[in-house]
Each structure stands twice: as structure tokens, then as C-alpha cells.
Design a protein. Structure first.
Length: 328
């Protein structure tokens, strides 16, 4: 059926004359309101199907962009070559995947909504729900709506290409960093975590002082004592900032650091020692509550993983001049 310029319904011309006559008689009995309702219903269904196709394409695009996350996560966790940049790389992956998960949730919700709309429209006109006719990729048999428009396909393709380019660039950067840091790990300036774990509390403080010197700092105090007021190591950075560190060594590396040490350091480092940069160095970890307290009070927590990166791979935790000036 088609509508002419006078909004009059006219049947399609078919080869079968009898069928033409019968179809024409049926259409002739339709009121203009009936014709309008049929046309609008058809348009609504087609629009809903088209929208569903677009959201299906978006879901497929998100899935394609998510695929590298699992692959890279597995490779980074399994390869020692990535150890020096594992934290940054995995954080990048998690942030990207979190965003992709939100996009996928939105796409799936809209696909579900389109299915409900299509089912309601088709059911209202006496047909069956077409939702089951769609495949996982959003295709629908031989329908002309099986594919997105050329513009839609192009947009989806560009998005996937951008995601792949971003991944290639980011991973190449991480790989280059890993190669550079692994090269440092083979020099005499590198200190393995196993060496640190086998030392004593006093020599742990000495190792901390040496690492600060390796970063270009001038060490004023190399070891704490009974009345050190929480300051075991004190140094001056190349730009003149005062660093105050408390050192907590243990042979039980899986044990967490007592939160009271963070509280003590917060009460003395700046007030008593004039610190610009405050930190607690340990070969252990700390509870999330203790880490939150440290972050809130601008205390750098040089835990086991940060210590390894600092000692073994030469990645200093010291903030830049600008960051230190604002308590970064």
C-alpha cells in the first residue's frame, strides 16, 4: 500500500488482476484514520527495529574493545618482564574496562527496551513478538534492516579502530618502560627485594637512606633512635625540600603495618621536624583504613610493591617539585 500526495491510500499494483481487485476493495473500505494508524504503526516498528540495530552494533563494538583487556591482563600477570610496570598497566586496564562495562550495560538496557517496544507494537497489531528473530549480533534474517546504515557502520568501525590504536599506543609505552626499568634492574644500583627482606631493621633504615642518595638527596639522618619522634631517616631533595621517613621492617612481610605509626608520623613529621614530604617505608602492606588515613593526611605510603619498584627498578616515589609544593 502507498499514500499519494493527496494522502489517499492506493494499493500496490500486482500482476494478479483478481488479487489487485480484492486488495483494492479492502483498502477502499479503510477510513483515512485507519490508513494513518496503519502507516504510523508500521513506522514505529521500523524505527524501534532500527534503534535496536544501532544499540546492538554498539554492544558488539564494546565487546571488541573489551577483548584486549582480558588478553593483556593475563599476559601482564604471567610475565616477569612486566613486573616493573604491572601496577600502572593493570590500573589502565581496570579504568578502561570499568568504562566499557558501563557502556555495555547502557547498550543492553536499550536493546531490552527496544525489544519491549517492538513486542508491544507488533502484539497490538495482531502479530507475534519479533524479539526471538534477532541473533546475538542484532541481525534479523533477510530483513532490509539486517545491517546498519553505511554511516552507522562507519561510526562503529572508527570507534573500534580508535580503541585499538589507543591500546597499541598505551601498551607500546608500557612495554618501553618495562624494558627500560628491567635494564636498570641489571645494574649495580639496583637492590632486589630479597636483599631487603633478609636485612635487619637497622640496615633497612640504611638501605632507605642509600636509595634517597641514589635519587640525588642529601641525607641528614640515616637511622632513628629512642627519641626520634617518628623520624628514622631525614633528607633534603635536590630542590631543597625536607623529607622525613619512618621505616617499618619485618620478617613477616604478609603482616600489615600498625595504623598507629601513621598517626604518630602525622603528629610529628611536619610539626616537629619541619617536613615538606612525609612518608612511611615498609616491606609490608597496610590496611585500607590506614592507607586512606595516609592519603588524607598527605603521607606517602612506600609499601612492598612501591619499595620494589623504587629499589629494584629505579622508579622514585618522590613527588615532583610542583606536587611537593602543594603536598602531592
Amino acid at each position: 500500500m502507498k499514500i499519494d500526495k493527496n494522502r489517499t491510500a492506493r494499493p500496490l499494483r500486482l500482476n494478479d488482476k483478481v488479487l489487485n481487485k480484492t486488495l483494492g476493495a479492502v483498502i477502499a473500505r479503510l477510513s483515512q484514520d485507519d490508513v494513518q494508524a496503519i502507516v504510523l504503526r508500521h513506522a514505529e516498528v521500523e524505527v524501534a527495529r532500527k534503534i535496536r540495530q544501532r544499540w546492538s552494533a554498539q554492544a558488539k563494538s564494546v565487546a571488541e574493545s573489551s577483548a584486549p583487556n582480558a588478553r593483556w591482563s593475563k599476559e601482564i600477570a604471567a610475565s616477569a618482564d612486566w613486573a616493573s610496570v604491572a601496577d600502572e598497566a593493570l590500573a589502565y586496564i581496570r579504568a578502561d574496562q570499568d568504562q566499557l562495562d558501563k557502556e555495555e550495560l547502557l547498550a543492553r538496557a536499550n536493546i531490552f527496551l527496544c525489544d519491549k517496544v517492538i513486542a508491544a507494537l507488533v502484539d497490538a497489531s495482531g502479530g507475534a513478538s519479533p524479539a526471538s528473530a534477532y541473533g546475538p549480533d542484532g541481525s534479523r534474517g533477510n530483513s532490509p534492516l539486517q545491517y546498519l546504515s553505511a554511516a552507522g557502520v562507519s561510526r562503529a568501525s572508527r570507534r573500534v579502530d580508535r580503541a585499538n590504536d589507543a591500546w597499541s599506543s598505551a601498551m607500546e609505552s608500557f612495554a618501553a618502560d618495562a624494558r627500560s626499568r628491567n635494564s636498570f634492574a641489571g645494574t649495580s644500583g639496583s637492590v632486589k627485594l630479597s636483599q631487603i627482606d633478609s636485612c635487619s631493621p637497622d640496615s633497612f633504615e640504611e638501605w632507605t637512606a642509600r636509595l634517597l642518595e641514589r635519587d640525588g638527596c642529601k641525607v641528614l639522618r640515616r637511622r632513628g633512635g629512642p627519641n626520634d619522634q617518628g623520624a628514622d631517616v631525614i633528607a633534603i631533595t635536590p630542590c631543597g625540600l625536607r623529607v622525613v621517613l619512618q621505616c617499618k621492617f619485618s620478617t613477616k612481610v604478609k603482616h600489615t603495618v600498625d595504623p598507629r605509626f601513621f598517626h604518630e608520623l602525622n603528629g610529628t613529621a611536619r610539626q616537629e621536624h619541619g617536613a615538606d614530604i612525609v612518608g612511611l617505608v615498609t616491606n609490608r602492606t597496610a590496611s585500607l583504613a590506614a592507607q586512606d588515613f595516609a592519603a588524607k593526611h598527605r603521607i606517602h605510603f612506600i609499601n612492598r610493591s612501591v619499595l620494589e619498584r623504587w629499589a629494584t627498578y629505579g622508579i622514585s616515589w618522590l613527588p615532583s617539585d610542583d606536587q611537593a609544593a602543594v603536598g602531592g
